[in-house]
Ligand binder design. Structure first.
Ligand code: FAD
Length: 536
């Protein structure tokens, strides 16, 4: 691990335990050494420590039926990013006298863990708590197995600043549904573990197991890497800490950070930290990040505040984790109590045009191409395309857009992605459905010359500035000169924004009106029920 994670103490593994004690440290997220309570516990409580990562076929095995190169659940860029995270973790462990043991998952990682726990005579099983439904399902299997076999489990909450269950508990068992109510309940988070290690317990005897070192992308079965532009972000804890260090250098920038003010078209030097992929895989601890920001605030004195400040962004993350954890069916419209029921339309052709960056609106298409090539876009760019797909123009179900983001984002995160799609489609949290992003003027405000568009859509590179956001309005002579004939080299708009957005507003208006009348009916009937009770 890079040495940036400042230490208040340096520890080698402290003592030889009286009895032989094997601990298994199961890495899933939390791919880091710093502020890792599961690692810290495992190394204190064992003579032999087995750090394990299991290859989950759903996330890593090639699936040729998926719409982009990658596995069933993840696009190739995120798979590559994860492998970089694992290599970096392995290097850090090796520097401490250990190594990462990579196992092939059978049907799922939990079965591989149960199998290996028996084989290696593990007495203590340590892994980070996971609030996602899939993680919870795996945890249940592993915990049931451990309890049947008398194996101790240590499962701390360390992916988030707070334990979502605690916040929900403080709110009478219900998740807080606004950011402000969340802040009022959450309080101050605990600080990170301030310890670095000089040595870890050795890896014990692993016998005949099918152990792999961290595989390369080719070894996973991805032969043809067709992408010509790779994301400029490398995975791993070392890179996360280096990136954070760079961010922390500019105290004035941190002090003045105001989220809605950033430039979504800035791509050479993004307007925000791009730490999300590192938080997603737990290469960067959110507690460590929070504490470092807090230190900067103490030095500078005057600074912005939540919800717009940089520290406030971390609290948005917590907010969505908490609501997602406490809301059944959070990731769908049906059966989700906080989600408006909208009659979204089915239109595969429009969905594919949006997904592939072929809507004919260069601002929208450039963002979707950045997603495909880089796996990261600025928050307001995400706003633009999510609004366009759903309540703004195409009126397509937010779950369809969520699926595309879930697959292609490097920072793809179950709670945050679903939460933001619910927000952007005005299905929950945000009800000003009539405030629609223009696919033309919104981007132009930040980047009138269309540098961002020209980078991600090279066929538009010679279109003059005045047409770059609306190339279909360029005279044919201009199109010829720019070597870009609209309808042949670049698509015509799939819908007219003026007409489509009016139609969307009308439909959303109807949904909101129906919702209001249902709520008032419910109120009335509960009032009458109370009156009836009183009379009795
Ligand atoms: P910064 O502005 O530097 O913020 C620092 C950190 O705060 C981020 O890394 C992130 O962890 C957190 N954060 C910032 N904004 C939000 C937010 N709105 N909600 C929750 N946490 C936030 N973010 C993801 O991490 N994963 C996703 O899958 C994801 N899907 C999204 C889908 C849509 C439709 C939208 C509109 C936003 C989505 N976001 C998602 C939120 C946000 O866009 C990204 O977190 C942010 O752009 C990441 O860039 P950054 O690290 O430079 O952010």
């Amino acid at each position: 691990m890079a040495s940036e994670a400042a230490a208040s103490s340096i520890s080698s593994f402290p003592r030889r335990l009286a009895m032989e004690s094997n601990a298994l440290l199961w890495f899933r997220k939390g791919l880091r050494i710093h502020d890792n309570p599961a690692l810290d516990y495992a190394r204190r409580e064992s003579n032999n420590l087995f750090p394990v990562f299991v290859i989950d076929p759903r996330y890593l095995h090639p699936d040729s039926s998926a719409f982009s190169l990658g596995s069933t659940r993840a696009g190739i860029n995120r798979i590559r990013f994860l492998l970089e995270c694992l290599s970096d973790l392995d290097s850090s462990l090796r520097r401490l006298g250990s190594r990462l043991l990579v196992l092939r998952g059978d049907s799922d990682p939990a079965s591989a863990i149960c199998r290996i726990v028996k084989e290696w005579k593990i007495r203590k099983l340590c892994f980070e708590y996971d609030t996602e439904p899939y993680g919870q399902e795996l945890d249940r299997k592993v915990k049931d197995f451990a309890s049947k076999h008398g194996i101790e489990v240590f499962c701390p909450v360390s992916h988030t600043l707070f334990n979502p269950a605690d916040v929900i508990g403080k709110n009478g068992g219900k998740p807080p549904l606004t950011y402000q109510s969340f802040i009022a309940l959450a309080g101050k988070p605990e600080g990170p573990l301030e310890v670095t290690y000089s040595e870890l317990p050795p890896v014990g005897n692993v016998g005949e197991s099918e152990l792999l070192t961290v595989p390369t992308i080719e070894e996973l079965g991805y032969k043809e890497m067709i992408e010509e532009e790779f994301p400029p972000f490398r995975g791993g804890e070392s890179e996360a800490l280096r990136r954070l260090k760079e961010v922390l250098k500019d105290k004035e920038w941190i002090a003045n950070f105001e989220k809605p003010k950033g430039d979504p078209s800035a791509f050479l030097k993004p307007a925000t930290t791009v730490l999300s992929p590192y938080l997603k895989f737990g290469c960067l601890s959110s507690r460590y990040f929070y504490q470092r920001l807090h230190n900067v605030y103490q030095i500078v004195g005057k600074h912005t505040s939540p919800p717009v400040s940089l520290l406030g962004q971390l609290l948005w993350r917590e907010f969505f984790y908490t609501v997602a954890f406490g809301t059944p069916n959070f990731d769908q419209m049906i059966g989700n109590k906080i989600c408006k029921q909208v009659p979204w339309r089915e239109d595969e052709a429009l969905l594919v045009a949006w997904r592939e960056g072929r809507t004919g609106y260069p601002w929208i298409d450039a963002i979707m191409i950045q997603l495909k090539k880089w796996g990261w876009m600025h928050h307001l760019a995400r706003h633009s395309v999510a609004c366009f797909l759903t309540r703004g123009d195409l009126f397509i179900h937010w779950e369809k857009g969520r699926d595309v983001f879930e697959r292609l984002l490097l920072d793809s995160d179950w709670a945050i992605n679903n939460g933001n799609w619910l927000w952007l489609s005005s299905s929950a949290f945000f009800n000003q459905y009539y405030r629609i992003y223009s696919p033309i003027s919104f981007g132009k405000k930040y980047d009138p010359d269309g540098k961002y568009i020209r980078h991600f859509i090279p066929v538009l590179k010679d279109i003059p500035n005045e047409y770059v956001y609306e190339p279909w309005t360029a005279p044919l002579s201009v199109q010829r000169k720019a070597n870009c004939i609209i309808g042949k080299d670049y698509p015509r708009p799939v819908v007219s924004h003026d007409t489509a957005s009016k139609e969307c507003k009308k439909k959303m208006g109807e949904v909101y009106a129906k919702d209001r009348s249902m709520k008032s009916c419910k109120k009335e009937s509960s009032k009458s029920a109370t009156l009836r009770k009183r009379k009795k």
